[in-house]
Design a protein around this ligand. Sequence first.
Ligand SMILES: O=C(O)C(=O)C[C@H](O)[C@H](O)CO
Ligand SMILES: [Mg+2]
Length: 392
Amino acid sequence: MTKISDVEAILLGKEITSAKWASLMVLVRVVTTDGRIGYGETVTALRANAVVDLVKKINKVMKGKDVFDLEKNKMEWYKQDFNMSISLESTTAYSAFDIASWDIIGKEFGVPIYKLLGGKYRDRIKLYANGWYQNAVTPEDFAEKAKEVVKRGYKALKFDPFGSYFHFIDKKGLKEAEERVKAVREAVGDDVDILIEHHGRFNVDSAIEIAKILEKYNPLFVEEPVHPEDVEGLRKYRSFTKLKIALGERIITKTQALEFMKEGLVDYLQIDLYRIGGVTEAKKVVGIAEAFDVLMAFHNAQGPILNAVTLQLDTVIPNFLIQESFYEWFPSWKRELIRDSTPVENGEALVPEKPGIGVDFNEKMIEELRVKEEVFEPGEPLWVVKGTWKDY
Ligand SMILES: O=C(O)C(=O)C[C@H](O)[C@H](O)CO
Ligand SMILES: [Mg+2]
């Protein structure tokens, strides 16, 4: 029996100037009494220390349990934690534990977990690039960086053109945003998809004003156009525009996902395995989405373990649209951690084939990168135009 002996959150970090937002990584290592090891990963900036604290509690609850008992273990955490269904920190900590459990289970059978989840539906996984527009300010900056992305072979790229506008956007902000979108559209041409990230920052009136300018640029989707909890606003937005709506990175339960789909408020669902409850819960949400003809576009903005396990699910599911990827814009140490075994080729990824989540983890790097606590401030969020956000 693969009995759990230890669940540990390990903060890895390296001070980086270029992509401070990615300077941290929270690894979760699960070890069984007979020495099997599995890796999960969880949030980086904004909540890392709180999540690390919850992983310590998961360790107490899961000691002695069987790593194969995925449903029973999740229900036990749901019972013990009492707040799992309303706590991002709790679901995030648990998601990493579930992913590490699947890593051990796959290794136990000597197969990558996609073979346990339904096999290959597709060989190549279409990606869209994110993280590429760091430090871009002017429309020319955005256009130049967008051209570099296309030169790498990507056929889709996402960006947030709204600077530091929050809740409201005025005529000046709309003009600046449109100039960036226009510059990118002209730089990449009509055969490359542009995806417009709003980061859930706007009230619905502002979101509708933005939709009016975006329609002519034919984005593949608009992401989180209104505040995540603003369902009334989303209904109003939905009735106003034909733009395809993508959301879900902040959804933490399948019930929340169902509510959006029941009302037809989402076209592309972006749940993240590190928030929804790991592989086990994500696969259930994929099934619900399939019943509503909703396509999946998993959020994937953290590190190499999450990237690898998300690719496992991408290769399996029938209702797949596209996969977010920061992989080529991670700090290089994050790629080295998995010996760069999920390379991007021409804007596509292949599912990693090693047993478990599919990658060969470079354990020697753990001690070199281990940090005591979240020491690096996330700094200015990646998604704002440089210098327009107060870095507290
Ligand atoms: O990748 C996305 O869609 C994001 O919205 C990235 C977020 O900014 C990031 O996950 C915040 O930590
Ligand atoms: Mg987003």
